[in-house]
Ligand binder design. Sequence first.
Ligand code: FRU
Length: 449
Amino acid sequence: MQDNSRPYHELHRPQFHFSPRTGWTNDPNGLVYYEGVYHLFFQHNPESVKWGNMTWGHATSIDLVHWEELDDALHPDALGTIFSGSAVVDWRNISGFGTGSETPLVAFYTSAGSHAPTPCPFTQSIAYSCDRGRTWTKYDGNPVVGHIEGHNRDPKVVWHAPTDRWIMALYLDRNDYMLLGSKNIRDWSPLTKMTLAGVSECPDFFELSVDGNPEDTRWVFWGANGGYRIGRFDGTIFVPETPVLHAERGPNGYAAQTWSDIPDTDGRRIQISWMNGGKYPSMPFNQQMSFPVSLSLKRFGDALRLCRTPVTEIETLYGRQMEYTDQALTDSFIPDTQHNLFDISVSFTPGRARLFGLVVQGHRIECNPEDDTLTAFGRTVPISRVSGRIDLRLLVDRTSVEIFSLEGRLSMSCCFLPEACDVPLEFFATDGVAGLHRLTVRELNSIWT
Ligand code: FRU
């Protein structure tokens, strides 16, 4: 029940997306899996619901669904406030930070020098933890990467086995990025520079198999707005094979990052993003994360595309389920629910309707069969039919909806404030009959107890 005096039960508190107990958050940081625990660090202002005083907050989960917020992990210091970055498990203790039997976790972050007590340029620093991420020590040789240009920032580090070294993707300035390499985590040398047209901030860089074939892999270079290029990487140079493509088409998906060190036995590359720009009036927190998605590279004809699919762990929240098949959609169809958290799968038959779609908490998500487009939250994107139908998957929380289609090739992260409305969920067709070939509405339980 809603209760503004109880943490996590406030009016606009996301019920199955992570948000900090109090204060502002933006980018997810330091995503690393170690010993059965997913760590989510995040840009945090512990003192205010506005951006500033950037600190790394910390939350953990064993299932990517239920989160427990711990103490903040990294606080501002003489080199600056703590901007975005990443973390890895240093399995072989190459850094030498490991003491005793504990494997060190190493975090990479930007020291935002312009916010330092004595302002200085932005540089890249590291910190390590020898107690499974509970406490962190900043390296006394910081910064490990000096100022290169502009407000260079957001180091994302990945292990590259064939060359036996760490690779850091770093944002430089404008639309420019750099890759750097290191054998020992402390000393970094530049490898190559690249430009991603229309993209800036928060790089991610990772390898994925094509259609699940481990013999056929590509690397993906990703930037904050969801612009990405697919290509090959020999350990020094990234050779793109595509122009900048867009995996995120919604108004509120930003600064996504993937988890490091998920074991091969799981094999997933899991990503979470900041749902940038949501509104949370009178709340003790501000902003929320997306629901985690699993990434894959799929071939569509000759083209490779990155696909995003909500992690299957969402099933742990499934409650009551309603299923409708072959239902004519004339005017309006209202599923029998008063709930407001859903995982919806719908397959529409366009029929002769001029427009069809659904209304979520008073917000219209509509398909136009004339030009095969989908319009939601001010964005219009092309959508294609599969076997003559339009299939959508939607995750609906109190203040957000994530829309997926085309096997995850299309995804849109959208934030909203609920409108006054009589029903939480309604399907519609205008000027003609469409069909609900299949509709599954699953009510979701809250992750907060
Ligand atoms: C992206 C970003 C990063 C920066 C951080 C600061 O949202 O601007 O480039 O490190 O936020 O909070």
